[in-house]
Structures are given as C-alpha cells and as structure tokens.
Design a protein around this ligand. Structure first.
Ligand code: ZN
Length: 329
C-alpha cells in the first residue's frame, strides 16, 4: 500500500511525503482519528515510502523492501497490535530491545496500533524511548482515542488528525478496493458515515443497492398512501429482521437528505447524491417539520426492533405515521 493508492487525506499524505523527501520527519507521530478511515494504512504507506529501494522513493510496491513491508516481514518494521488485549510492559521491553539495534536500511520503524490500550506502566516505559529515541527511529502510534494516552506521551509526538472520509472517497474505495458496482458503492457510501467497515463492504454483493431502492420506494409510496404497494413490499422485511434493520437505516438516511434539501443546503452534503432527483421530487411534497417527525419515528422503530418488538407492527406503525405526519404538513 503506497501513498498513491490511499484515497482521501490528501493534505496529510502531502505533508508526510514532504517529510520523507526533505528528511524532516519527527521521531514520533500520533495518528489520531475515527475507526476505519485509513490511519493504519497511511502508517504502512509511510513505512513503505521510507524504506523503498526505488530511487524515486515513492513506495513503488514492487521492490524487495516494499514487498517485505506488504507481507509484514521487513526487518526494520515492528508492528505492535494486540487486538483485544492490552499493550503491556513486556511488549514495550521487547520493542525497546529491538530498537537498540542499528537499522538494516533507512530507519527502524515501530507502528503501535490501538495505542489507547497501552497500560500506564507500559506507557511510562515507552515514554523513555520517546524522550531519547535511538538514532534513525520512527514511532507511529495509531489511536481512535487520543485523550486516553498519557499527556506526557502526547507531548512528545507530532499529532496528525484524520477526519472522516467524504462520501465520494468511500464510494471510490468501494469501487476500486472492493470491486463493487457504482450503485452498490453509492448505497454503501450513504450509510458509511465516512468510514470503512470491511465486514459491511464484504456482504454488499449487490444487495444494498436493492435495499436502498426498496427503502426509497417505501417512503415514496407511504407519502402517496399506496397501501397495496406497502403491504406487498414490506412482506420480505417482516420475515428478515436483519434486512429490516438495514432498510430502517436507509430510510432514516434518506429522510436526513430530504431535510437537507428542504432546508436549501448544498447538494454536496447529501449522502445519496446519485438519486438526488428522486429525493428532490419527494422534498417538494414535505416540510422540514415532517422530516424531523419522520426521523424520530424511524429512530423509535429501530429501538423497537432492537427490543425485539413485532416487526410487522412496528413497520406498519412507522409507515402510517410517516403518511399522517405529511398530511399534517
Ligand atoms: Zn519500493
């Protein structure tokens, strides 16, 4: 994974690239930001760029060094990732011992994933390394929760803040990295909240686009009072709570978009941009008051679903409620 393949975070990438080219990287970074936006990927891309043997040093992805990083076997790279477990003092001792050897190539690089799981004792031990890092060392701590790190650690590192991805970034990732079709990518991006959940991406397979279309039609036909359509279309949802849950997410997401359109907000922040014509059509028929009421009703339906309420009843109540709220204006 070289910088070239990372989608989004353009400013961060440019800044890191400049640091590599000008040999001006600090000894330690903290990559902080929400889950699933590419912090770890960027850390690996930085390691690859630093160690790349290609004269252009751009993380070519094909030299022996890049290949070793990609497979997690580079002698100058240590990744501390304990998953569910905490990072303990033994892990830090091992890391400190490893760092005391000279690098084979440019630098010894340590990437600490989920750095927020470091225990206080281990954190204090690590602080010594951060205070007096051996020459040619780069430490990258990756975290979703910056403020759970010791303040003394934070003060020794350069902090890089990762924001959520834009909808079009998520769409691009879905298409390029997960090989999803355009419609499916748009549907998944609209529910993504700007981050990548690999599990959701893997399930995709054309179903999400269909579920979004069903959700859109349910909302549209509820507004028109087309009971016949609603009865037929909701049948598969009543028997499949997982699908119903996804559709409720889509409905709430579509209502949010309609509220944005009604309020005259820019199209850019609408999450279902590829179906904006249908949304605009619906927004002509409702008010902001309706959107607020409908949004709450979907939230209640979702809570009822989580409490194991009868899915047919909660869905009927929701769709009828949405219709009456529109009639009230
Ligand atoms: Zn390379």
């Amino acid at each position: 994974m070289s910088f070239k393949r990372i989608i989004g975070h353009e400013q961060i990438i440019a800044m890191l690239q400049k640091g590599v080219e000008g040999n001006s990287l600090p000894n330690a970074y903290i990559f902080s930001g929400p889950e699933g936006v590419g912090k770890m990927l960027t850390a690996l891309a930085l390691a690859m760029t630093i160690q790349c043997l290609d004269p252009a040093r751009d993380g070519c992805g094909s030299c022996p060094s890049c290949l070793k990083i990609a497979s997690g076997n580079h002698p100058d790279l240590m990744i501390i990732d304990k998953g569910e477990e905490k990072i303990k003092i033994e892990d830090i001792r091992e890391c400190r011992a490893w760092l005391s050897y000279k690098p084979y190539g440019e630098k010894r690089i340590v990437i600490v994933n989920q750095a927020e799981t470091i225990t206080t004792q281990a954190g204090n031990a690590f602080l010594k390394t951060l205070e007096e890092p051996p020459e040619n060392t780069l430490i990258i701590m990756v975290t979703t929760n910056l403020h759970s790190l010791l303040p003394t650690i934070i003060s020794r590192c350069r902090i890089v803040r990762f924001n959520r991805l834009s909808y079009s970034d998520v769409e691009n990732i879905a298409i390029k990295e997960y090989n999803l079709g355009e419609k499916e990518a748009a549907a998944i991006a609209s529910l993504s909240n700007g981050s990548i959940n690999p599990n959701a991406f893997a399930v995709g397979g054309g179903k999400l686009a269909m579920e979004r279309e069903l959700s859109l039609n349910l909302l549209k036909e509820s507004l028109s009072g087309n009971l016949e359509y609603i009865l037929t279309a909701t049948a598969p949802l009543v028997s499949d709570r997982g699908k119903l849950s996804v559709c409720l997410d889509f409905i709430s997401n579509i209502i949010r978009d309609i509220a944005l359109i009604v309020s005259g907000e820019s199209d850019k922040i609408v999450s279902n941009r590829d179906i904006i014509d249908s949304l605009s059509e619906m927004s002509d028929r409702v008010s902001l008051k309706w959107a607020v009421a409908a949004f709450d009703m979907v939230k209640e339906a979702k809570q009822a679903l989580n409490r194991n309420a009868n899915s047919r009843l909660l869905l009927e109540e929701l769709l009828i409620g949405i219709r009456y709220a529109a009639k009230r204006g």
